[in-house]
Design a protein around this ligand. Structure first.
Ligand code: ADP
Ligand code: MG
Length: 252
């Protein structure tokens, strides 16, 4: 009975209404036939789901794929694994909230941003990954080519927009206005997750004036969670540990 119910769920998901209507009659009470069809349809549902996830990951354009499993929380002690896991259930996306990863370079901000994006793809959300500089450049180029509407739509239609590295390059007025346009259009409509190396008080360094900076902060932080990270650079640490290993090998 339970098997037949699952089969019917699958046939509905696969949009096979005629099979759904007639499988029972054609099985003529043979439970083996129903089981066989159930197994086949389950395979098809799984395969299609796998494909959908793969497509979502490809269209998100992650620079590299990083996962929460490969993140060492013993090294990054300013953040607990349970805090991060809280954001993998997609609740913040459903609530249209934002996330802001704030911390110095090399502490794992991009790693976590990517990992969150990946788990959002797996949960069925449309995700786009970009850097702040890349997004501004592509919007400026689109504006020059009369394609701004289409390009803006690209940054609007995903459920989660990941903007990496806000703060590395200061924005000219034009770029700042375009960036603000994206942030304000998504405000209370869809989530943004960003990484930045700059404390909010220093955002005046990247925006052309204090008004522009505070307008952006306002929209990101209202309904937003700030995840502060600290510590030394993981890259530097790995290099230093490598050197130490080399040195201890060389000592007889
Ligand atoms: P940030 O964006 O803060 O500058 P990244 O996320 O680019 O830092 O991290 C730099 C490198 O170190 C990446 O290859 C990342 O995967 C790795 N890394 C950083 N922190 C950790 C960690 N706690 N566990 C595992 N790998 C880490
Ligand atoms: Mg980074």
């Amino acid at each position: 009975m339970k098997k037949a119910f699952l089969l019917e769920e699958h046939l509905r998901a696969l949009r096979l209404p005629s099979m759904l209507e007639h499988y029972g009659r054609l099985a003529e009470g043979d439970t083996e036939k129903v089981k066989y069809l159930g197994d086949l349809s389950a395979l098809e549902v799984d395969k299609r789901q796998e494909k959908r996830i793969h497509t979502r990951i490809t269209t998100a354009k992650f620079p590299v794929l990083k996962t929460l499993e490969s993140f060492d929380f013993q090294v990054q002690t300013s953040l607990s694994k349970s805090t991060m896991l809280k954001y993998t259930d997609g609740e913040f996306i459903r609530k249209r909230e934002n996330l802001i990863f704030l911390g110095p370079t090399g502490v794992g901000k991009t790693h976590l941003l990517t990992a969150l994006g990946l788990s959002a793809c797996e949960s069925g959300y449309r995700v786009v990954f970009t850097t702040a500089a890349e997004m501004c450049l592509s919007l400026i180029t689109a504006q020059k080519e009369g394609q701004l509407k289409q390009k803006s739509a690209y940054y609007q239609r995903c459920d989660l927009l990941l903007i990496d590295e806000l703060g590395y390059v200061p924005f000219a007025r034009e770029a700042s206005d375009l960036l603000f346009g994206v942030i304000s259009k998504r405000y209370e409509r869809a989530s943004i997750a960003i990484t930045t190396n700059l404390a909010f008080t220093d955002w005046t360094q990247i925006f052309p004036d204090a008004m522009a900076a505070s307008a952006a902060i306002d929209r990101l932080v209202h309904h937003g969670h700030v995840i502060e990270m600290s510590g030394e650079s993981y890259r530097l640490r790995s290099r230093q540990e490598g050197r130490k290993r080399q040195a201890s090998k060389a000592t007889p």
